[in-house]
Design a protein. Structure first.
Ligand code: FAD
Length: 395
């Protein structure tokens, strides 16, 4: 007789874990099994992310999802603590500060208006006001800044293990295995097949497989365009303790960085940088393109802040974004298959809104619909219908 569960969650990253945590918080008592193929999370996006959290988006539901999430980020360390451990996700609300030069000004101004209309807390700053936040940044070509004062960043690994430990403490199992098949009968999901040879029957399966979510959809016979796209990150040590803390600072050319504050007495002041390569080909590419440091990261960073020319101890790592054609998430059930819930496709923004995503999954499982957020625009079949979502605020 095959094993049974009320819900199987494919993928135990921040999304799958937040879903399980919210289900329990909301009083769900059914059996949940999270199937996670790699307990080291070495290639999980949640492990490799930058940790940026911003509500500067142009789509009202996205803004609402981040605002909901920020309420948890503010109390995460306390709320997710267990008898054994307390996470140190350390949400630092230092803002996201976009800089506008002449080439970027019109688009950023338009985006600022759209973001305000969408309900985001966002402010236009004069160059003098920008200077007060980042005094030594070169601003001679800058016309204004746009600041999300409630935005900031957290430590992704602490978020991941904070969720995971709290879920495990609540009695939910993380199964080390790989889902290799999704069973269906009569237009609805009936369970999953595992690489170990086992199977779990369940009327509800959540696809939280991150960059591999397209592959999991295909196991159920569905084509949903979620593709892995490599994103390089770098960390470097600052030349001495920096006199102030960086917000997430976004140069008009695209390079952006945040502080990686010292935690222990021997840690040095550091920053973490990202700089999207828009020409990156889709694919499960984990080759570290460290040449990008000297080619584009370092020159762009030093152009903006010459005092960073003496940074040391540079390390780089690749991770995979879970990209959709419109760079927006895929959320909710697929109309062609009852019982398969999509929670993926975040295109590089999934950590910041993972609390809201967990809440959405919890409502879909328990109530059959999302009541806190109107997620209709993110439906998994929107690509087939040509109903793409346009949001100018992806970086
Ligand atoms: C370099 C980088 C920087 C980023 N920066 C930010 C940022 O600043 N802010 C932000 O909000 N987001 C950021 N993101 C995006 C964010 O990390 C992701 O959106 C988020 O972590 C997605 O969480 P997840 O749980 O869906 O995916 P993951 O963390 O990838 O977890 C999915 C899990 O599913 C497992 N899995 C996959 N297939 C199967 C299967 N068939 N069977 C069993 N298990 C399976 C995998 O092993 C994996 O552990 C960044 C991503 C990268 C790569």
């Amino acid at each position: 007789m095959s094993e049974r569960a009320d819900v199987v969650i494919v993928g135990g990253g921040v999304v799958g874990s937040s879903a399980a945590w919210h289900l329990r918080q909301d009083g769900f008592t059914g059996r949940i099994v999270i199937v996670e193929r790699d307990h080291t999370y070495a290639r999980a996006s949640s492990w490799l992310a930058m940790g940026g959290i911003r509500q500067q988006f142009c789509t009202p539901v996205t803004v609402q999802m981040v605002q909901f999430s920020v309420r948890l980020w503010k109390v995460f360390d306390r709320e997710l603590g267990t008898a054994e451990a307390r996470p140190r996700a350390w949400f630092r609300q230092r803002g996201y500060l976009f800089l506008a030069n002449a080439a970027a000004a019109t688009a950023l101004m338009k985006r600022y208006e759209e973001e305000r209309r969408a309900g985001a807390v966002v402010q236009m700053l004069s160059v003098d006001e920008v200077r007060q936040i980042v005094p030594d940044v070169k601003l001679d070509d800058i016309l204004f800044g746009v600041l999300g004062p409630e935005d900031g960043y957290a430590d992704p690994r602490e978020v991941l293990f904070g969720f995971r430990r709290a879920v495990e403490a609540g009695g939910t199992e993380y199964r080390v295995d790989e889902v290799v098949g999704i069973d269906r009968a009569g237009g609805r999901v009936t369970g999953v097949k595992l690489a170990s040879g086992g199977a779990i029957s369940s009327a509800m399966v959540v696809n939280a497989a991150g960059a591999l979510a397209g592959r999991v959809a295909a196991m159920a016979g569905l084509r949903v365009p979620i593709e892995p796209v490599r994103q390089m990150m770098f960390r470097c040590v600052l030349p001495g303790r920096w006199p102030y803390r960086f917000p997430m600072l976004i140069d008009p050319d695209g390079v952006h960085w945040r502080h990686d504050d010292p935690v222990g007495p021997d840690d040095r002041d550091a920053i973490i940088l990202a700089f999207t390569n828009w020409k990156e080909q889709a694919g499960e590419n984990f080759e570290s393109d460290t040449a990008r440091w000297t080619r584009d990261f370092y020159p762009a960073m030093v152009r903006r802040l010459p005092a960073l020319k003496d940074v040391t101890d540079v390390t780089g790592w690749p991770g995979l974004y879970e990209m959709t054609p419109d760079h927006n998430p895929v959320l909710g059930p697929h109309p062609a298959l009852e019982g398969l819930i999509f929670a993926n496709g975040f295109s590089g923004h999934g950590l910041m809104m993972s609390p809201a995503t967990g809440k959405i999954v919890s409502e879909l499982v328990r109530l059959g619909r999302s009541t806190t957020f109107d997620i209709a625009i993110f439906a998994p079949d929107r690509f087939d219908r040509g109903a793409l979502v346009h949001d100018a605020a992806t970086i």
